[in-house]
Design a protein around this ligand. Structure first.
Ligand SMILES: Cc1ncc(COP(=O)(O)O)c(C=O)c1O
Length: 437
């Protein structure tokens, strides 16, 4: 049976766009994925550097002359991955001191690191301020006092932006922006009070605003509506503050297709909308010279990643086929549909050593955990795989390992490798079983 269902069509499109097939084998970064599995073992995360660079280049082109790109490191905190974007000129958006350390290990200039996140501890703020930080994005009145106290103790002025949860609903396509209660940032209605609190500080250098409204946006018009709304909010804050802003962070949220029927974010359309945004900046003298930042994570790393697992058993249960693999939700919670997804749908999954197989039939791909939640694909068409064969979950480069309950059932952490130009580099060693006492 040929791969005619929409899910297989998405996998085929993604393979054609980002990878290659040679002699029925999936090729990533010039190397056959089954060879990588042989060399580095399974389960294995493979990140293709060429795919990441291509995503960065495409987005850079779309926002050229308008915004700088900061990589949201939470999407994939492996320093070797972040280093790829730093080398392309990206800054880094972080949300913890641990991410600060990773950004620095990736070679980021501290002045090109932004620190957002709703609950920052004193020790984290101190760590970042001591190491140097481009901006801290303030999210509560407590945090204004925390940063002021640390900056005073250190005798430094610290650049800060305020994160705003906007009041209006910028309706655009399916997505509503703001208007809801949220623990992130300050409600827009509180801006006056926030500016007063900032004016009473001596060590905070108020430089701008930050808005982040949602993730996995696939509609260019929704994205543009959000950015436009963000610029409007920035203009309003600048007028209230009666001073020019130096920085406007419009957030991340650029989506990638995971499921059948998902579209692709149309960057040509985004680029076509940029002149109107630039005009909106020029229209308000107080934000005319502000630098604009976008901080995507998923868009930059998601498509580069494959999660490769080996089949341990293939069984039939009451007429249903199950492929039981050595990989699962403990490494890839998002693919199992348990990372906040309301409806559990399957990521595209392929058999990397049988890419030309035509005899496919439905099966569930599951992991080794003792829970039915540990399902990597509920109903996917696969060849007749046996123990020892491989599966690869596509679109696995963002919110994979670091967003997963890797301690659950005490399986070893998988290896992570970066591939490109026929080379493979281990960027996280596979965890070994503990030696017995
Ligand atoms: C403040 C902030 N910036 C950027 C991102 C990255 O989002 P995405 O990966 O959807 O681009 C997130 C994700 O949660 C975020 O909270």
């Amino acid at each position: 049976m040929p791969a005619t269902d929409e899910k297989s069509a998405l996998a085929d499109t993604l393979v054609a766009e980002h990878f290659a097939v040679r002699d029925g084998r999936l090729i990533a970064g010039g190397i056959a994925v089954d060879e990588l599995a042989e060399r580095f073992g399974t389960p294995l995360f493979v990140y293709d550097a060429g795919v990441m660079k291509k995503s960065f280049a495409r987005l850079s082109e779309a926002v050229a002359g308008f915004a700088e790109i900061y990589f949201s490191i939470k999407a994939n905190p492996n320093p070797a991955v972040a280093a790829i974007f730093v080398a392309q000129g990206a800054g880094i958006e972080i949300a913890s001191a641990g991410e600060y350390a990773r950004a620095r290990r990736a070679g980021a200039d501290p002045m090109r690191i932004l620190f957002a996140g709703p609950g920052k501890r004193d020790d984290e703020l101190d760590y970042a301020i001591a190491g140097g930080i481009g901006e801290i994005h303030l999210e509560s009145f407590e945090e204004i006092a925390q940063v002021e106290a640390i900056a005073r103790k250190r005798g430094q002025k610290v650049p800060v932006s305020i994160r705003i949860n906007p009041v209006a609903a910028a309706q655009g396509g399916a997505m509503r922006m703001g208007g809801k209660p949220a623990p992130f940032g300050f409600d827009e209605e509180q801006v006056g009070e926030v500016l007063q609190a900032l004016a009473a500080t001596a060590h905070l250098d108020f430089c701008g605003v930050h808005l982040f409204a949602g993730t996995q946006i696939l509609d260019a018009d929704v994205l543009l509506a959000q950015w436009s709304h963000g610029i409007g909010v920035a203009a309003s804050v600048a007028r209230q503050a009666q001073r020019p802003l130096r920085s406007i962070d419009l957030g991340g949220g650029l989506g990638i297709p995971y499921y059948s029927g998902d579209g692709v974010l149309d960057l040509d359309r985004v680029r076509a909308g940029i002149p109107a945004l630039q005009q909106a900046l020029r229209d308000e003298p107080l934000i005319r010279d502000a630098r604009v930042v976008v901080e995507p994570g998923r868009y930059l790393t998601g498509p580069s990643g494959l999660y490769v697992a080996r089949v341990i058993a293939s069984k039939q249960s009451r007429g249903q086929r199950f492929l039981i693999t050595d990989g699962g939700m403990h490494h890839h919670l998002a693919a199992s549909g348990n990372l906040g997804q309301v409806i559990k749908r399957d990521y595209p999954v392929v058999a990397p050593a049988h890419m030309n197989a035509t005899e496919l039939s439905p099966c569930s791909v599951v992991g080794p955990l003792c829970t039915p939640l540990d399902t990597l694909a509920r109903k996917t068409d696969m060849p007749d795989l046996k123990a020892g064969d491989l599966i690869a979950v596509m679109q696995s480069g963002a919110y994979g390992l670091s967003a997963s309950p890797s301690g659950f059932l005490s399986h070893p952490q998988p290896a992570e490798i970066v591939v490109g130009d026929g080379q493979a580099i281990v960027v996280r060693e596979r965890e070994k079983l503990e030696p017995l006492p």
